[in-house]
Ligand binder design. Structure first.
Ligand code: F6P
Length: 544
Protein backbone atom coordinates (compact mmCIF):
# COMPACT_ATOMS: atom_id res chain seq x y z
CA UNK A 1 0.00 0.00 0.00
CA UNK A 2 1.27 3.50 -0.69
CA UNK A 3 2.98 5.28 2.19
CA UNK A 4 0.62 7.64 3.95
CA UNK A 5 1.25 10.85 5.81
CA UNK A 6 3.08 9.51 8.90
CA UNK A 7 0.70 11.34 11.26
CA UNK A 8 -2.30 9.31 12.46
CA UNK A 9 -5.42 10.25 10.49
CA UNK A 10 -7.04 11.75 13.60
CA UNK A 11 -4.37 14.45 13.58
CA UNK A 12 -4.98 15.35 9.94
CA UNK A 13 -6.59 18.72 9.07
CA UNK A 14 -9.81 17.14 7.68
CA UNK A 15 -10.28 15.08 10.85
CA UNK A 16 -9.83 18.16 13.05
CA UNK A 17 -12.23 20.08 10.83
CA UNK A 18 -14.75 17.24 11.10
CA UNK A 19 -14.51 17.35 14.90
CA UNK A 20 -15.41 21.04 14.89
CA UNK A 21 -18.09 20.53 12.27
CA UNK A 22 -19.63 17.64 14.26
CA UNK A 23 -20.26 19.93 17.24
CA UNK A 24 -22.32 22.17 15.03
CA UNK A 25 -24.19 19.68 12.85
CA UNK A 26 -25.08 17.30 15.67
CA UNK A 27 -27.45 20.01 16.95
CA UNK A 28 -29.34 20.05 13.65
CA UNK A 29 -32.19 17.96 12.29
CA UNK A 30 -32.00 15.78 9.18
CA UNK A 31 -35.68 16.49 8.48
CA UNK A 32 -34.94 20.24 8.41
CA UNK A 33 -32.27 19.71 5.76
CA UNK A 34 -34.98 18.49 3.39
CA UNK A 35 -37.01 21.64 4.03
CA UNK A 36 -34.12 24.00 3.42
CA UNK A 37 -32.77 22.12 0.39
CA UNK A 38 -35.36 20.90 -2.15
CA UNK A 39 -32.54 19.30 -4.16
CA UNK A 40 -31.30 17.23 -1.22
CA UNK A 41 -32.44 13.87 -2.54
CA UNK A 42 -30.82 14.49 -5.95
CA UNK A 43 -27.68 15.77 -4.23
CA UNK A 44 -27.34 12.81 -1.89
CA UNK A 45 -28.37 9.83 -4.00
CA UNK A 46 -26.77 8.05 -6.92
CA UNK A 47 -27.12 5.09 -9.19
CA UNK A 48 -24.34 2.77 -10.30
CA UNK A 49 -23.75 -0.89 -11.12
CA UNK A 50 -27.29 -2.19 -10.50
CA UNK A 51 -27.74 -0.23 -7.27
CA UNK A 52 -29.63 2.90 -6.32
CA UNK A 53 -28.07 4.44 -3.23
CA UNK A 54 -29.97 7.03 -1.22
CA UNK A 55 -27.89 8.63 1.53
CA UNK A 56 -29.96 11.76 1.97
CA UNK A 57 -31.37 10.68 5.36
CA UNK A 58 -28.03 11.20 7.09
CA UNK A 59 -26.82 13.84 9.48
CA UNK A 60 -24.66 15.40 6.81
CA UNK A 61 -24.70 18.47 4.62
CA UNK A 62 -22.47 19.43 1.70
CA UNK A 63 -19.78 20.68 4.09
CA UNK A 64 -19.75 17.32 5.93
CA UNK A 65 -19.44 15.49 2.67
CA UNK A 66 -16.61 17.71 1.47
CA UNK A 67 -14.71 17.19 4.71
CA UNK A 68 -15.25 13.42 4.63
CA UNK A 69 -14.01 13.36 1.04
CA UNK A 70 -10.97 15.40 2.12
CA UNK A 71 -10.35 12.73 4.71
CA UNK A 72 -10.47 10.04 2.04
CA UNK A 73 -8.06 12.08 -0.11
CA UNK A 74 -5.74 12.53 2.86
CA UNK A 75 -5.46 8.76 3.14
CA UNK A 76 -4.54 8.57 -0.56
CA UNK A 77 -7.40 6.18 -1.10
CA UNK A 78 -7.12 6.08 -4.90
CA UNK A 79 -3.57 4.72 -4.74
CA UNK A 80 -4.62 2.00 -2.32
CA UNK A 81 -7.53 1.00 -4.55
CA UNK A 82 -5.15 0.81 -7.53
CA UNK A 83 -2.69 -1.22 -5.41
CA UNK A 84 -5.37 -3.81 -4.61
CA UNK A 85 -6.48 -4.23 -8.22
CA UNK A 86 -2.92 -4.48 -9.48
CA UNK A 87 -2.13 -7.36 -7.13
CA UNK A 88 0.27 -5.63 -4.72
CA UNK A 89 0.75 -7.50 -1.45
CA UNK A 90 -1.59 -5.24 0.48
CA UNK A 91 -2.27 -7.93 3.09
CA UNK A 92 1.00 -6.96 4.75
CA UNK A 93 0.89 -9.29 7.76
CA UNK A 94 0.58 -12.35 5.54
CA UNK A 95 2.52 -10.93 2.58
CA UNK A 96 -0.29 -11.70 0.14
CA UNK A 97 -2.04 -9.86 -2.64
CA UNK A 98 -5.81 -9.44 -2.32
CA UNK A 99 -7.37 -10.37 -5.62
CA UNK A 100 -10.98 -11.43 -5.13
CA UNK A 101 -11.71 -8.91 -7.90
CA UNK A 102 -9.79 -11.21 -10.32
CA UNK A 103 -12.37 -13.92 -9.56
CA UNK A 104 -15.02 -11.90 -11.34
CA UNK A 105 -12.87 -10.26 -13.99
CA UNK A 106 -13.80 -11.33 -17.51
CA UNK A 107 -10.11 -10.91 -18.48
CA UNK A 108 -7.81 -13.81 -19.29
CA UNK A 109 -4.37 -12.19 -19.36
CA UNK A 110 -2.82 -12.37 -15.89
CA UNK A 111 -1.86 -15.70 -14.27
CA UNK A 112 -4.59 -15.18 -11.71
CA UNK A 113 -7.23 -14.56 -14.36
CA UNK A 114 -6.19 -17.64 -16.32
CA UNK A 115 -6.33 -19.83 -13.22
CA UNK A 116 -9.79 -18.42 -12.51
CA UNK A 117 -11.10 -19.08 -16.01
CA UNK A 118 -9.88 -22.69 -16.02
CA UNK A 119 -11.51 -23.28 -12.60
CA UNK A 120 -14.76 -21.78 -13.87
CA UNK A 121 -14.60 -24.20 -16.80
CA UNK A 122 -14.06 -27.11 -14.41
CA UNK A 123 -17.02 -25.92 -12.31
CA UNK A 124 -19.15 -25.65 -15.44
CA UNK A 125 -18.39 -29.20 -16.59
CA UNK A 126 -19.02 -30.60 -13.13
CA UNK A 127 -22.23 -28.63 -12.60
CA UNK A 128 -23.64 -29.81 -15.92
CA UNK A 129 -22.72 -33.42 -15.18
CA UNK A 130 -24.46 -33.32 -11.81
CA UNK A 131 -27.47 -31.38 -13.01
CA UNK A 132 -28.14 -33.55 -16.05
CA UNK A 133 -27.81 -36.72 -13.98
CA UNK A 134 -24.61 -37.99 -15.60
CA UNK A 135 -22.75 -37.80 -12.30
CA UNK A 136 -24.33 -40.57 -10.28
CA UNK A 137 -23.99 -41.94 -6.77
CA UNK A 138 -22.87 -45.45 -5.83
CA UNK A 139 -26.15 -47.12 -6.88
CA UNK A 140 -26.33 -45.28 -10.20
CA UNK A 141 -28.94 -42.81 -8.89
CA UNK A 142 -28.62 -39.15 -9.92
CA UNK A 143 -27.56 -36.64 -7.27
CA UNK A 144 -30.52 -34.87 -5.67
CA UNK A 145 -28.89 -33.27 -2.62
CA UNK A 146 -25.67 -31.33 -2.23
CA UNK A 147 -24.32 -30.77 1.29
CA UNK A 148 -21.70 -28.04 1.64
CA UNK A 149 -19.48 -28.63 4.66
CA UNK A 150 -17.57 -25.47 5.53
CA UNK A 151 -17.57 -22.63 8.04
CA UNK A 152 -17.01 -18.86 8.06
CA UNK A 153 -16.29 -17.69 4.53
CA UNK A 154 -16.59 -21.25 3.27
CA UNK A 155 -20.21 -21.28 4.40
CA UNK A 156 -21.76 -17.85 4.91
CA UNK A 157 -21.28 -16.48 1.39
CA UNK A 158 -22.57 -19.49 -0.56
CA UNK A 159 -25.42 -20.09 1.93
CA UNK A 160 -26.47 -16.44 1.78
CA UNK A 161 -26.37 -16.29 -2.04
CA UNK A 162 -28.13 -19.66 -2.47
CA UNK A 163 -30.94 -18.46 -0.18
CA UNK A 164 -31.11 -15.06 -1.87
CA UNK A 165 -31.47 -16.65 -5.29
CA UNK A 166 -34.22 -19.11 -4.41
CA UNK A 167 -36.31 -18.20 -7.51
CA UNK A 168 -33.33 -19.42 -9.55
CA UNK A 169 -32.97 -22.79 -7.80
CA UNK A 170 -32.40 -25.80 -10.03
CA UNK A 171 -35.40 -28.11 -9.89
CA UNK A 172 -33.40 -31.32 -9.54
CA UNK A 173 -30.91 -30.31 -6.82
CA UNK A 174 -31.36 -29.10 -3.26
CA UNK A 175 -28.41 -27.56 -1.39
CA UNK A 176 -27.79 -27.77 2.34
CA UNK A 177 -25.13 -26.06 4.42
CA UNK A 178 -23.50 -27.62 7.47
CA UNK A 179 -21.03 -25.53 9.44
CA UNK A 180 -21.27 -26.10 13.19
CA UNK A 181 -19.13 -28.76 14.89
CA UNK A 182 -22.23 -29.47 16.99
CA UNK A 183 -23.12 -32.97 15.70
CA UNK A 184 -26.78 -31.98 15.67
CA UNK A 185 -26.18 -29.78 12.62
CA UNK A 186 -24.97 -32.56 10.33
CA UNK A 187 -27.32 -35.18 11.80
CA UNK A 188 -30.41 -33.04 11.32
CA UNK A 189 -29.35 -32.18 7.78
CA UNK A 190 -28.78 -35.81 6.83
CA UNK A 191 -31.92 -37.10 8.53
CA UNK A 192 -34.01 -36.87 5.38
CA UNK A 193 -31.26 -37.55 2.84
CA UNK A 194 -30.22 -40.72 1.04
CA UNK A 195 -26.46 -41.45 0.86
CA UNK A 196 -26.98 -42.88 -2.64
CA UNK A 197 -28.04 -39.49 -4.04
CA UNK A 198 -26.09 -37.09 -1.81
CA UNK A 199 -22.95 -35.24 -2.81
CA UNK A 200 -20.71 -33.54 -0.24
CA UNK A 201 -18.56 -30.51 -0.94
CA UNK A 202 -15.83 -30.17 1.67
CA UNK A 203 -15.11 -26.45 1.45
CA UNK A 204 -12.07 -25.21 3.31
CA UNK A 205 -9.42 -22.86 2.04
CA UNK A 206 -6.84 -24.20 4.50
CA UNK A 207 -8.26 -27.70 4.88
CA UNK A 208 -7.21 -27.52 8.53
CA UNK A 209 -10.41 -26.14 10.06
CA UNK A 210 -11.51 -28.37 12.91
CA UNK A 211 -15.27 -28.00 12.44
CA UNK A 212 -15.11 -28.79 8.74
CA UNK A 213 -12.82 -31.78 9.15
CA UNK A 214 -14.92 -33.24 11.96
CA UNK A 215 -18.11 -32.87 9.92
CA UNK A 216 -16.43 -34.24 6.80
CA UNK A 217 -15.26 -37.35 8.70
CA UNK A 218 -18.78 -37.87 10.05
CA UNK A 219 -20.24 -37.48 6.55
CA UNK A 220 -17.73 -40.00 5.27
CA UNK A 221 -18.84 -42.51 7.94
CA UNK A 222 -22.46 -41.87 6.95
CA UNK A 223 -21.79 -42.67 3.28
CA UNK A 224 -19.65 -45.68 4.23
CA UNK A 225 -22.52 -47.10 6.28
CA UNK A 226 -24.11 -47.93 2.92
CA UNK A 227 -21.27 -47.79 0.39
CA UNK A 228 -17.65 -48.86 0.10
CA UNK A 229 -14.36 -46.90 0.01
CA UNK A 230 -14.20 -47.10 -3.78
CA UNK A 231 -17.59 -45.35 -4.01
CA UNK A 232 -16.40 -42.27 -2.10
CA UNK A 233 -15.15 -40.25 -5.11
CA UNK A 234 -18.74 -40.18 -6.44
CA UNK A 235 -19.86 -38.53 -3.19
CA UNK A 236 -17.05 -36.22 -2.11
CA UNK A 237 -15.48 -33.23 -3.80
CA UNK A 238 -13.43 -30.49 -2.16
CA UNK A 239 -12.66 -26.82 -2.63
CA UNK A 240 -9.33 -25.83 -1.17
CA UNK A 241 -6.02 -24.07 -1.66
CA UNK A 242 -4.41 -26.94 0.26
CA UNK A 243 -4.57 -29.65 -2.38
CA UNK A 244 -2.20 -31.91 -0.40
CA UNK A 245 -4.35 -31.92 2.72
CA UNK A 246 -7.54 -32.45 0.72
CA UNK A 247 -5.94 -35.43 -1.03
CA UNK A 248 -4.66 -36.73 2.34
CA UNK A 249 -8.24 -36.64 3.59
CA UNK A 250 -9.12 -38.97 0.74
CA UNK A 251 -10.59 -36.65 -1.86
CA UNK A 252 -9.65 -37.80 -5.33
CA UNK A 253 -7.34 -35.16 -6.92
CA UNK A 254 -9.73 -34.89 -9.91
CA UNK A 255 -12.45 -33.84 -7.49
CA UNK A 256 -10.51 -30.95 -5.94
CA UNK A 257 -11.44 -27.46 -7.09
CA UNK A 258 -8.57 -25.07 -6.43
CA UNK A 259 -8.57 -21.68 -4.76
CA UNK A 260 -5.61 -19.48 -4.00
CA UNK A 261 -3.79 -17.68 -1.22
CA UNK A 262 -4.81 -14.35 -2.71
CA UNK A 263 -8.49 -15.00 -1.95
CA UNK A 264 -9.48 -14.28 1.64
CA UNK A 265 -12.06 -16.67 3.15
CA UNK A 266 -14.70 -13.97 3.58
CA UNK A 267 -14.15 -12.80 0.00
CA UNK A 268 -14.26 -16.29 -1.50
CA UNK A 269 -17.84 -16.90 -2.62
CA UNK A 270 -16.78 -15.84 -6.12
CA UNK A 271 -14.26 -18.70 -6.31
CA UNK A 272 -15.04 -22.43 -6.42
CA UNK A 273 -16.32 -21.88 -2.86
CA UNK A 274 -19.39 -20.76 -4.84
CA UNK A 275 -19.78 -24.29 -6.27
CA UNK A 276 -23.00 -24.97 -4.28
CA UNK A 277 -24.43 -21.78 -5.78
CA UNK A 278 -23.72 -23.06 -9.29
CA UNK A 279 -24.99 -26.57 -8.51
CA UNK A 280 -28.08 -25.26 -6.75
CA UNK A 281 -28.94 -22.74 -9.50
CA UNK A 282 -26.92 -22.90 -12.71
CA UNK A 283 -23.50 -21.92 -13.95
CA UNK A 284 -25.15 -19.17 -15.96
CA UNK A 285 -26.64 -17.74 -12.77
CA UNK A 286 -23.23 -17.93 -11.07
CA UNK A 287 -21.60 -16.09 -13.98
CA UNK A 288 -24.30 -13.39 -13.78
CA UNK A 289 -23.48 -12.96 -10.11
CA UNK A 290 -19.80 -12.51 -11.04
CA UNK A 291 -20.74 -10.01 -13.74
CA UNK A 292 -22.70 -7.92 -11.23
CA UNK A 293 -19.74 -7.90 -8.85
CA UNK A 294 -17.41 -6.97 -11.70
CA UNK A 295 -19.55 -3.96 -12.61
CA UNK A 296 -19.26 -2.79 -8.99
CA UNK A 297 -15.48 -3.36 -9.17
CA UNK A 298 -15.32 -1.10 -12.21
CA UNK A 299 -17.40 1.54 -10.44
CA UNK A 300 -15.25 1.41 -7.29
CA UNK A 301 -12.04 1.54 -9.28
CA UNK A 302 -12.94 4.37 -11.62
CA UNK A 303 -15.72 6.55 -10.17
CA UNK A 304 -14.75 9.84 -8.57
CA UNK A 305 -14.76 9.65 -4.80
CA UNK A 306 -17.82 11.86 -4.49
CA UNK A 307 -19.76 9.52 -6.77
CA UNK A 308 -18.34 6.28 -5.45
CA UNK A 309 -20.94 4.22 -3.56
CA UNK A 310 -18.54 2.05 -1.51
CA UNK A 311 -16.39 5.06 -0.62
CA UNK A 312 -19.43 7.05 0.53
CA UNK A 313 -20.70 4.08 2.55
CA UNK A 314 -17.28 3.80 4.22
CA UNK A 315 -17.07 7.50 5.04
CA UNK A 316 -20.55 7.45 6.58
CA UNK A 317 -19.54 4.53 8.80
CA UNK A 318 -16.41 6.39 9.91
CA UNK A 319 -18.49 9.52 10.55
CA UNK A 320 -20.88 7.78 12.95
CA UNK A 321 -18.37 5.43 14.59
CA UNK A 322 -15.75 8.05 15.28
CA UNK A 323 -17.56 11.34 15.67
CA UNK A 324 -20.90 10.20 17.18
CA UNK A 325 -19.36 7.08 18.78
CA UNK A 326 -22.14 4.90 17.42
CA UNK A 327 -21.00 1.40 18.27
CA UNK A 328 -23.29 -0.64 16.10
CA UNK A 329 -24.67 -0.67 12.58
CA UNK A 330 -27.94 -2.39 11.72
CA UNK A 331 -28.56 -4.13 8.38
CA UNK A 332 -32.24 -4.30 7.44
CA UNK A 333 -32.93 -6.15 4.22
CA UNK A 334 -36.59 -5.75 3.32
CA UNK A 335 -36.42 -8.97 1.29
CA UNK A 336 -36.98 -12.31 2.96
CA UNK A 337 -34.55 -13.97 0.57
CA UNK A 338 -31.79 -11.69 1.94
CA UNK A 339 -32.37 -13.02 5.45
CA UNK A 340 -28.77 -14.29 5.71
CA UNK A 341 -27.19 -11.03 4.54
CA UNK A 342 -26.70 -9.63 8.09
CA UNK A 343 -24.82 -12.81 9.15
CA UNK A 344 -22.66 -12.65 6.01
CA UNK A 345 -21.89 -8.97 6.61
CA UNK A 346 -21.02 -9.69 10.23
CA UNK A 347 -18.07 -11.77 9.09
CA UNK A 348 -17.15 -9.41 6.26
CA UNK A 349 -17.18 -6.29 8.43
CA UNK A 350 -16.18 -7.59 11.84
CA UNK A 351 -13.44 -10.02 10.80
CA UNK A 352 -12.02 -7.37 8.46
CA UNK A 353 -12.27 -4.27 10.64
CA UNK A 354 -12.07 -5.78 14.13
CA UNK A 355 -8.50 -4.58 14.64
CA UNK A 356 -6.75 -2.49 17.28
CA UNK A 357 -3.50 -1.67 15.50
CA UNK A 358 -2.59 0.18 12.33
CA UNK A 359 -0.90 -1.53 9.40
CA UNK A 360 2.52 -0.77 10.90
CA UNK A 361 1.56 -2.29 14.28
CA UNK A 362 1.09 0.97 16.16
CA UNK A 363 -1.95 1.30 18.41
CA UNK A 364 -5.21 2.40 16.82
CA UNK A 365 -6.47 5.38 18.83
CA UNK A 366 -9.85 5.60 17.14
CA UNK A 367 -12.90 3.40 16.66
CA UNK A 368 -12.45 0.68 14.06
CA UNK A 369 -15.35 -1.32 12.66
CA UNK A 370 -18.83 -1.37 14.12
CA UNK A 371 -20.75 -4.27 15.58
CA UNK A 372 -22.97 -5.39 12.74
CA UNK A 373 -26.36 -6.94 13.32
CA UNK A 374 -29.84 -7.06 11.85
CA UNK A 375 -32.48 -9.23 10.29
CA UNK A 376 -35.00 -9.19 7.48
CA UNK A 377 -37.79 -6.64 7.62
CA UNK A 378 -40.63 -6.47 8.45
CA UNK A 379 -39.93 -9.04 11.20
CA UNK A 380 -37.55 -6.77 13.09
CA UNK A 381 -40.23 -4.10 13.35
CA UNK A 382 -42.05 -6.38 15.77
CA UNK A 383 -39.00 -6.96 17.95
CA UNK A 384 -35.85 -4.83 18.06
CA UNK A 385 -36.94 -1.75 16.09
CA UNK A 386 -38.40 -0.37 19.35
CA UNK A 387 -34.82 0.27 20.51
CA UNK A 388 -33.93 1.90 17.20
CA UNK A 389 -36.81 4.34 17.61
CA UNK A 390 -36.82 5.08 21.33
CA UNK A 391 -33.65 3.57 22.81
CA UNK A 392 -30.74 5.76 23.81
CA UNK A 393 -28.27 4.28 21.31
CA UNK A 394 -27.57 5.83 17.95
CA UNK A 395 -27.73 2.99 15.43
CA UNK A 396 -27.19 3.96 11.79
CA UNK A 397 -29.29 1.70 9.57
CA UNK A 398 -28.87 0.29 6.08
CA UNK A 399 -32.23 -0.48 4.49
CA UNK A 400 -32.05 -2.73 1.43
CA UNK A 401 -35.09 -3.32 -0.74
CA UNK A 402 -36.15 -4.34 -4.24
CA UNK A 403 -38.43 -2.21 -6.40
CA UNK A 404 -40.12 -5.35 -7.73
CA UNK A 405 -40.59 -8.78 -6.23
CA UNK A 406 -39.89 -11.98 -8.13
CA UNK A 407 -42.58 -13.60 -5.99
CA UNK A 408 -45.30 -11.64 -7.79
CA UNK A 409 -48.07 -10.53 -5.39
CA UNK A 410 -47.54 -6.86 -6.22
CA UNK A 411 -49.88 -5.63 -3.50
CA UNK A 412 -48.11 -7.55 -0.75
CA UNK A 413 -44.74 -6.38 -2.04
CA UNK A 414 -45.98 -2.78 -1.96
CA UNK A 415 -46.79 -3.28 1.74
CA UNK A 416 -43.21 -4.45 2.23
CA UNK A 417 -41.84 -1.34 0.51
CA UNK A 418 -44.25 0.92 2.39
CA UNK A 419 -43.01 -0.52 5.67
CA UNK A 420 -39.39 -0.13 4.65
CA UNK A 421 -39.78 3.52 3.71
CA UNK A 422 -42.00 4.19 6.75
CA UNK A 423 -39.22 2.93 9.03
CA UNK A 424 -36.52 5.17 7.58
CA UNK A 425 -38.96 8.06 7.57
CA UNK A 426 -40.00 7.60 11.18
CA UNK A 427 -36.41 7.10 12.32
CA UNK A 428 -35.65 10.48 10.78
CA UNK A 429 -38.81 12.41 11.72
CA UNK A 430 -39.64 11.06 15.15
CA UNK A 431 -42.48 12.53 17.17
CA UNK A 432 -42.15 15.55 19.47
CA UNK A 433 -43.72 15.93 22.91
CA UNK A 434 -46.22 18.46 21.55
CA UNK A 435 -47.20 16.19 18.67
CA UNK A 436 -47.64 13.26 21.03
CA UNK A 437 -49.70 15.33 23.46
CA UNK A 438 -51.87 16.77 20.71
CA UNK A 439 -52.52 13.31 19.35
CA UNK A 440 -53.66 12.10 22.77
CA UNK A 441 -55.89 15.13 23.29
CA UNK A 442 -57.53 14.55 19.94
CA UNK A 443 -58.26 10.99 21.08
CA UNK A 444 -60.28 12.44 23.96
CA UNK A 445 -57.77 12.32 26.82
CA UNK A 446 -57.74 14.96 29.53
CA UNK A 447 -54.87 17.47 29.56
CA UNK A 448 -53.37 15.81 32.65
CA UNK A 449 -53.59 12.31 31.21
CA UNK A 450 -52.16 13.45 27.87
CA UNK A 451 -49.25 15.24 29.57
CA UNK A 452 -48.46 12.15 31.65
CA UNK A 453 -48.51 9.74 28.72
CA UNK A 454 -46.90 11.97 26.08
CA UNK A 455 -43.25 11.49 27.24
CA UNK A 456 -43.60 7.75 26.61
CA UNK A 457 -44.75 8.44 23.09
CA UNK A 458 -41.94 10.82 22.18
CA UNK A 459 -39.65 9.49 19.47
CA UNK A 460 -36.50 11.57 19.25
CA UNK A 461 -36.00 11.02 15.50
CA UNK A 462 -32.89 12.29 13.74
CA UNK A 463 -31.69 8.69 13.35
CA UNK A 464 -29.66 8.27 10.16
CA UNK A 465 -30.12 5.65 7.48
CA UNK A 466 -29.11 4.74 3.94
CA UNK A 467 -31.46 2.99 1.56
CA UNK A 468 -30.08 0.74 -1.15
CA UNK A 469 -32.55 -0.23 -3.86
CA UNK A 470 -32.21 -3.04 -6.37
CA UNK A 471 -34.58 -3.31 -9.27
CA UNK A 472 -35.15 -7.00 -8.49
CA UNK A 473 -33.24 -9.58 -6.50
CA UNK A 474 -31.54 -11.12 -9.51
CA UNK A 475 -27.99 -12.57 -9.64
CA UNK A 476 -26.39 -9.53 -11.23
CA UNK A 477 -27.87 -7.05 -8.76
CA UNK A 478 -26.96 -9.32 -5.86
CA UNK A 479 -23.36 -9.50 -7.12
CA UNK A 480 -23.18 -5.70 -7.18
CA UNK A 481 -24.66 -5.42 -3.70
CA UNK A 482 -22.18 -7.83 -2.10
CA UNK A 483 -19.22 -6.29 -3.92
CA UNK A 484 -20.32 -2.83 -2.76
CA UNK A 485 -20.07 -3.97 0.87
CA UNK A 486 -16.70 -5.67 0.23
CA UNK A 487 -15.29 -2.43 -1.17
CA UNK A 488 -16.94 -0.36 1.53
CA UNK A 489 -15.04 -2.37 4.13
CA UNK A 490 -11.78 -1.97 2.21
CA UNK A 491 -12.30 1.79 1.79
CA UNK A 492 -12.94 2.09 5.53
CA UNK A 493 -9.73 0.18 6.28
CA UNK A 494 -7.71 2.49 4.04
CA UNK A 495 -8.86 5.60 5.87
CA UNK A 496 -8.31 3.95 9.26
CA UNK A 497 -4.98 2.54 7.99
CA UNK A 498 -5.65 -1.00 9.16
CA UNK A 499 -5.24 -4.37 7.40
CA UNK A 500 -8.72 -5.59 6.45
CA UNK A 501 -7.47 -8.93 5.16
CA UNK A 502 -6.02 -10.80 8.13
CA UNK A 503 -7.82 -12.29 11.16
CA UNK A 504 -5.23 -13.19 13.77
CA UNK A 505 -7.72 -12.68 16.58
CA UNK A 506 -9.51 -15.94 15.84
CA UNK A 507 -6.38 -18.05 16.35
CA UNK A 508 -6.04 -18.01 20.15
CA UNK A 509 -9.43 -19.62 20.74
CA UNK A 510 -8.62 -22.34 18.19
CA UNK A 511 -5.34 -23.19 19.96
CA UNK A 512 -6.87 -23.18 23.44
CA UNK A 513 -9.71 -25.42 22.32
CA UNK A 514 -7.21 -28.19 21.52
CA UNK A 515 -5.93 -28.31 25.13
CA UNK A 516 -9.46 -28.08 26.41
CA UNK A 517 -10.53 -30.95 24.19
CA UNK A 518 -7.74 -33.08 25.70
CA UNK A 519 -8.88 -32.19 29.20
CA UNK A 520 -12.56 -32.84 28.47
CA UNK A 521 -11.95 -36.14 26.71
CA UNK A 522 -9.49 -37.70 29.21
CA UNK A 523 -10.76 -39.48 32.30
CA UNK A 524 -10.47 -38.08 35.81
CA UNK A 525 -11.05 -34.73 37.41
CA UNK A 526 -9.62 -31.69 35.65
CA UNK A 527 -7.43 -29.24 37.57
CA UNK A 528 -5.29 -27.89 34.76
CA UNK A 529 -6.85 -24.47 34.20
CA UNK A 530 -8.39 -21.53 36.03
CA UNK A 531 -11.05 -22.46 38.61
CA UNK A 532 -13.94 -21.44 36.37
CA UNK A 533 -12.78 -23.53 33.41
CA UNK A 534 -12.00 -26.52 35.69
CA UNK A 535 -15.44 -26.22 37.29
CA UNK A 536 -17.25 -26.15 33.93
CA UNK A 537 -15.29 -29.16 32.63
CA UNK A 538 -15.86 -31.14 35.83
CA UNK A 539 -19.59 -30.44 35.73
CA UNK A 540 -19.78 -31.88 32.19
CA UNK A 541 -17.63 -34.88 33.12
CA UNK A 542 -20.31 -36.03 35.58
CA UNK A 543 -22.59 -36.70 32.61
CA UNK A 544 -20.20 -37.90 29.92
O1 F6P B 1 -11.38 -18.90 11.77
C1 F6P B 1 -11.64 -17.91 10.85
C2 F6P B 1 -11.52 -18.40 9.44
O2 F6P B 1 -10.19 -18.53 9.12
C3 F6P B 1 -12.22 -17.48 8.45
O3 F6P B 1 -11.48 -16.39 8.11
C4 F6P B 1 -12.49 -18.44 7.35
O4 F6P B 1 -13.46 -17.94 6.45
C5 F6P B 1 -12.96 -19.65 8.12
O5 F6P B 1 -12.14 -19.67 9.27
C6 F6P B 1 -12.88 -20.97 7.41
O6 F6P B 1 -11.59 -21.25 6.99
P1 F6P B 1 -11.30 -22.41 5.95
O7 F6P B 1 -11.99 -22.08 4.68
O8 F6P B 1 -9.81 -22.43 5.81
O9 F6P B 1 -11.83 -23.69 6.53
Amino acid sequence: MPAQDSRPIQQSPPWRALEAHHKEISQQKIADFFVSDPQRFERFSLQAAELYFDYSKHLINTETLDLLLDLAEASDIQSSIAAMFSGEKINNTEQRPVLHTALRSPGNSSDAEQAVQSTLDKMQTFTEQVQNGNWTGFTGKAITDVVNIGIGGSDLGPAMVYTALSPFHASAIRCHFVSNVDPAHLQQTLADLDPASTLFIVASKTFTTLETLQNAQAARRWVLSRASETDLPRHFVAVSSNIEKAAEFGISPDNIFPMWDWVGGRYSLWSAIGLPIALGTSMETFRELLAGAHSMDEHFRHAELKENIPVLMALLSIWYANFFHAETQVILPYAQNLQLLPAFLQQLEMESLGKSVHRDGTKLELDSGSLVWGSAGTNGQHSFHQLLHQGTHLVPADFIACARSLAGETGQHQHLLANCFAQSQSLMQGKSFDEAKQELLSQGMSKEEAAALAPHKVISGNKPSSTILLQELKPKALGSLIAAYEHKVFAQSIVLDINAFDQWGVELGKVLSLDLFKAISKSGKCGDFDASTNGLINFCKQFS
